[in-house]
Write a protein that binds this ligand. Structure first.
Ligand SMILES: Cc1cc2nc3c(=O)[nH]c(=O)nc-3n(C[C@H](O)[C@H](O)[C@H](O)COP(=O)(O)OP(=O)(O)OC[C@H]3O[C@@H](n4cnc5c(N)ncnc54)[C@H](O)[C@@H]3O)c2cc1C
Length: 375
């Protein structure tokens, strides 16, 4: 009996799903669009909770080099002081600050070795009929599969037609990688989080010596768009107490205009199921994307991808119990996160009258679930 699964997406969740499906003895056909030469994904803090997932996927060895342990996180959150949260105090050990480009390339290479077929193009269309998925790429290539995994990130290229989507907020990120121009200063290997009136900042020294800087706010609070004019970006940086000082003191070049991306909490109402008897599941940001304050987007993507093999293997044998349990655990995880999110934002009271903070202080998880708009 044919047991073929198509996977869409080559970020974090996609390769994890490919590895898990192949380990479960399924034949994998993978839509992995080519990586642009300037591809440099943002988001480098990998939680220690990812370690057992990487081991399960056989990826521990690929993690040995290039990334650096994240021993120190400094934060000004709920207080004007900078508080040091040293990783020595965390029993699960330190997380990692990734060379994310290398991390994704390693995942991709490992998955490419076990996929039966790799389609080097974006999925354009998916539909199911009589228990079979029929998929076509933008390049015109077509393939069939018995089950489908959508790991296409927030774009949810197939899943958005299979389930309603919800969003809790419209958080966005302006982010840039700043070059280090002053060789006489050794920048501190740290992660810095700073709350400000209209949102919050994140800065992390990357293993390649550049500084990843992101400003999180709501679109209506951003003001003049900083993407074309580095002066606007510089003015935003100058409005911080600690991020700007780190950039100046350690000799980073702030004159790189940022790019903008969505960073809100969004999720699918039904992240797994069947269409015309053919099973499907969404994994990673496609199923549920979290406010990056959580720092667990990549870990959740690995977790969900690693579930794909056993879960779709059972579904293809006619047992949907695991598929249903997965859908429930994604939904439960979203509700637990919304609760945690409210408690995290509630710790910052200095800007309690400002719209950014009011929107997050005054929304209980129940309100959010009720008010959730279609994405
Ligand atoms: C500013 C910012 C900072 C963040 N910081 C962190 C952090 O510090 N730590 C952390 O753990 N998480 C962080 N995150 C979240 C993290 O980046 C995501 O959770 C993670 O990338 C999810 O992985 P994914 O594979 O689901 O999606 P993605 O990484 O978005 O990958 C999706 C893949 O699908 C592909 N794709 C899209 N459309 C198609 C199509 N039509 N056909 C085929 N393929 C397609 C894309 O090319 C891509 O390869 C951050 C997010 C943001 C926005």
């Amino acid at each position: 009996m044919s047991r073929t699964v198509a996977v869409v997406g080559a970020g974090v969740a996609g390769p994890a799903a490919v590895l898990s499906l192949a380990a479960a003895g399924l034949t994998v056909r993978w839509f992995a669009p080519p990586v642009a030469p300037d591809h440099d994904p943002v988001g480098e803090t990998l939680s220690p909770a990812a370690n057992p997932l990487l081991a399960k996927l056989g990826l521990t060895e690929t993690m040995a080099a290039a990334h650096r342990p994240s021993h120190t996180t400094l934060s000004s959150w709920g207080t004007a002081q900078l508080v040091d949260r040293n990783a020595i105090l965390h029993l699960e050990g330190p997380g990692l600050v990734l060379d994310r480009r290398k991390f994704e390339a390693d995942l991709r290479r490992a998955a490419g070795k076990v996929a039966e077929r790799v389609v080097d193009a974006r999925l354009a269309h998916a539909h199911a009929a009589q228990g079979v998925w029929h998929l076509s790429a933008e390049s015109g290539e077509t393939l069939d599969a018995d089950a489908l995994v959508d790991a296409s990130g927030r774009s949810a290229v197939a899943a958005r037609r299979l389930s309603p989507g919800h969003r809790a907020d419209r958080l966005m990120a302006a982010h840039a990688f700043l070059d280090h121009r002053d060789a006489s200063v050794e920048p501190t290997p740290a992660v810095l989080i700073e709350a400000v009136e209209r949102g919050w900042w994140y800065a992390a020294l990357r293993p390649n010596g550049t500084l990843s800087v992101a400003y999180f706010t709501d679109p209506d609070l951003l003001g003049e768009t900083p993407t074309r004019d580095p002066k606007i970006w510089k003015a935003l940086i100058d409005g911080t107490r600690y991020v700007g000082r780190w950039i100046d003191d350690a000799g980073f070049d702030p004159d790189t205009a940022p790019t903008l991306s969505s960073a809100g909490t969004t999720w699918l109402a039904a992240p797994a199921g069947r269409v015309e008897d053919a099973p499907w599941m969404a994994v990673g940001d496609c199923a549920a994307a979290f406010d990056p304050l959580s720092s667990h987007g990549m870990t959740t993507a690995l977790w969900a991808g690693a579930r794909a093999g056993p879960l779709l293997s059972a579904a293809l044998d006619g047992d949907d119990g695991a598929l249903d349990a997965y859908a429930r655990s994604v939904t439960d995880g979203v509700h637990a996160f919304l609760d945690q999110r409210q408690r995290m934002y509630a710790m910052e009271r200095r800007f309690a009258d400002a719209p950014f903070w009011q929107r997050r202080h005054n929304a209980t998880p129940a309100d959010l679930a009720e008010r959730a708009q279609d994405g």
